[in-house]
Unconditional design. Structure first.
Length: 113
């Protein structure tokens, strides 16, 4: 389960997202010490994280869940939708597309329900 943000400059997109969170222009997400992203809203915060990875033509976000709990499809959909919404609203000129995988990806780190 991943978000793939297709772009000509994945490193720039990641830096733009990090800077927007740091300067407060995006206040719906937080970045932790590992540079993972979690929503800032209390009901979502630290329930799961997105770990970014810079690829050649995309910035990929892999889902990292808490060790002992399972994430169901409804949570997965809402969580992914929130980050996709943020990317589309704040960085449309840096993107050529955004997609989410529908099932567990090899690099994900969580327990599906």
């Amino acid at each position: 389960m991943a978000i793939i943000a297709t772009t000509t400059n994945p490193s720039k997109l990641l830096l733009s997202l990090q800077q927007a969170i740091d300067d407060g222009s995006i206040d719906t997400w937080e970045k932790d010490a590992d540079s993972d992203f979690t929503p800032s809203a209390a009901e979502w915060k630290n329930r799961a994280w997105f770990r970014p990875r810079v690829d050649q033509t995309a910035l990929t976000f892999r889902l990292v869940g808490p060790e002992k709990s399972k994430l169901d499809a409804a949570f997965y959909g809402a969580f992914h939708g929130r980050l996709i919404e943020t990317l589309l609203a704040h960085f449309p000129t840096q993107l050529s597309g955004v997609a989410a995988t529908p099932t567990v990806s090899p690099d994900d780190n969580f327990n599906p329900a």
